[in-house]
Design a protein around this ligand. Structure first.
Ligand SMILES: Cc1cc2nc3c(=O)[nH]c(=O)nc-3n(C[C@H](O)[C@H](O)[C@H](O)COP(=O)(O)OP(=O)(O)OC[C@H]3O[C@@H](n4cnc5c(N)ncnc54)[C@H](O)[C@@H]3O)c2cc1C
Length: 472
């Protein structure tokens, strides 16, 4: 299915997949009709009528959630539309490391082999932390990467393409571009979505995957992104251009007080993803935004990383003249992820934007997608009205499974960044050399709880305790 750009609110023509769904689901559905009034869709009998789901935002979170919902709703009538504000479904530049927790889910939706093909390949090591001035080892963390299901450091554009192509191949959703959601409006059994181009769409369920600056979240929550006190320079470099590169298959971080440079190979180890973190006061970042549109001169990176060892200097010399410069923000943990009686649900950065220091934000968004998909699948397949019998019950279940873990990742991402830059309370007044053993100790097993989670077992546990409560 091709991405559509011709959506015109209530006048839109349904694509073939949607028409087929309607024919299958609604007796006497008129295929020539342009709309189906949502008021005629009884939410108390989801088995008869297609559940209309609008995904706002076509980033990693939105596209993966689409696949998960389709995967779990197999055989049940669901109609999914994805509304992306950009003119195409595309991520530019840079890489993203997907932990094994996220890779496991990609395998579950049936595209694990494809993920392995686009990923960088580790070789027994996840990351090595090095002194900034002479590259001596601080701590090196091993990794079992011989398994089929393994970590996947990928180019953002590659993972997004994989998700989008899979959606198209499976006819999982209708994809719309140039659709910036401004706000949502409650109509009892449906939600109207208002777009920047003055068109509207309706859905039974809106899943807001519109990132850290989520317009949907902003409609319900009065908070703002919080500046972390750090910026990041970002670039990618072909590894073939680097002379005498000794780290072909794993991540390296050169750590100094208040700054560190992280690199890891992506795209079958052909490309090096570079993220250079620097602590910078609010006054120094007024012109910096959280986007690829914000760039700087390479000289700024050279200046910030003066005194770092030769491999770092070489990497900087290979960065583009105008590397990307990011303001790193997160949000305070949010304790309510659904609104309008469960008809609006937040997912990914919209629900729990976090700092990048655990390399876990995209993985957490994917976990959201899996749990939401499973929850909605159960809702649509269930013959037991006590079990997830309403969208509010689904939203509650999704939040109960996901919120504690996502918030823990948010909190510990902050701590990890401050540990790598030796800014946590008990390191601030210590010398660089005194900080190193503390950093090594706290880093060795930092990722275990993120990677080793059995998400389906966590889901079942919440389900069991909820049914225990119903019975008692
Ligand atoms: C420097 C840096 C490095 C990182 N490294 C890693 C890493 O290694 N591993 C990892 O797991 N995570 C990493 N992250 C975090 C990760 O990038 C995010 O957590 C992840 O992209 C969140 O996905 P999302 O789909 O929720 O949001 P986004 O990726 O922000 O996607 C949101 C989408 O919604 C669209 N959109 C926005 N507003 C609207 C609107 N109003 N209407 C319609 N569409 C809209 C956007 O155009 C975009 O396509 C890193 C982040 C940063 C900043």
């Amino acid at each position: 299915m091709q991405a559509t750009t011709d959506f015109t609110g209530s006048q839109h023509t349904k694509d073939r997949t949607c028409i087929d769904l309607f024919q299958f689901c609604i007796p006497n559905a008129h295929t020539s009709s342009t709309t189906t009034p949502l008021s005629s869709l009884s939410m108390s009998s989801p088995y008869q009528q297609p559940l209309k789901i609008a995904i706002i935002g076509g980033g990693i979170g939105g596209l993966f959630a689409t696949l998960c919902i389709r995967h779990h709703a197999q055989g049940r009538p669901v109609e999914i539309d994805v509304y992306e504000q950009a003119s195409e479904f595309k991520e530019i530049g840079a890489g993203v490391g997907l932990g094994i927790n996220a890779a496991r889910l990609v395998h579950k939706v049936g595209i694990g082999e494809e993920l392995n093909k686009i990923a960088g390949k580790r070789d027994g090591i996840w990351i090595t932390f090095r002194r900034f001035d002479n590259s001596e080892d601080i701590v090196t963390v091993p990794l079992d990467d011989k398994q089929t299901i393994r970590q996947a450091p990928v180019a953002r554009s590659d993972i997004l393409d994989l998700l989008r192509h899979t959606i198209e191949d499976r006819k999982a959703a209708t994809l719309h571009t140039k659709k910036q959601c401004k706000r949502v409006e409650d109509h009892g059994d449906s939600v109207t979505i208002h777009f920047a181009d003055s068109t509207t769409a309706t859905a039974n369920l809106v899943v807001a995957c519109d990132g850290i600056h989520s317009n949907v979240r902003n409609q319900f929550v009065q908070d703002k992104p919080i500046y972390s006190g750090q910026i990041a320079y970002r670039a990618t470099i072909p590894i073939s251009q680097i002379k005498d590169w000794n780290f072909p298959s794993y991540s390296v971080a050169w750590c100094a007080k208040h700054k560190h440079m992280l690199v890891f190979p992506i795209t079958q180890n052909k490309v090096l993803n570079v993220v250079a973190f620097v602590t910078a006061g609010e006054d120094k970042v007024q012109d910096v935004v959280e986007s690829w549109t914000s760039v700087c001169d390479r000289k700024d990176v050279e200046k910030d990383f003066e005194g770092f060892d030769a491999p770092v200097q070489q990497i900087i010399s290979l960065m583009p003249e105008k590397p990307s410069k990011w303001r790193l923000n997160d949000r305070e943990p949010l304790n309510q992820w659904s609104y309008f009686d469960g008809k609006v649900i937040l997912l990914g950065d919209a629900a729990h934007a976090m700092l990048p220091h655990l390399g876990a934000g995209a993985g957490q968004a994917m976990e959201d997608g899996w749990v939401l998909g499973r929850t909605l699948g159960e809702y649509l397949h269930s013959s037991d009205p006590e079990s997830l019998g309403s969208l509010q019950a689904c939203a509650d279940h999704y939040q109960t499974v996901r919120l504690p873990r996502a918030q823990r990742t948010q909190r510990t991402s902050r701590i990890a960044g401050n540990t790598y830059e030796m800014q946590v309370e008990d390191m601030v007044n210590k010398s660089y050399d005194e900080c190193l053993p503390l950093m090594a100790e706290r880093t060795k097993t930092r990722m275990q709880w993120v990677w080793e989670e059995d998400l389906d077992a966590a889901y079942d546990k919440v389900k069991q305790s909820a049914s225990g409560e119903v019975k008692s």
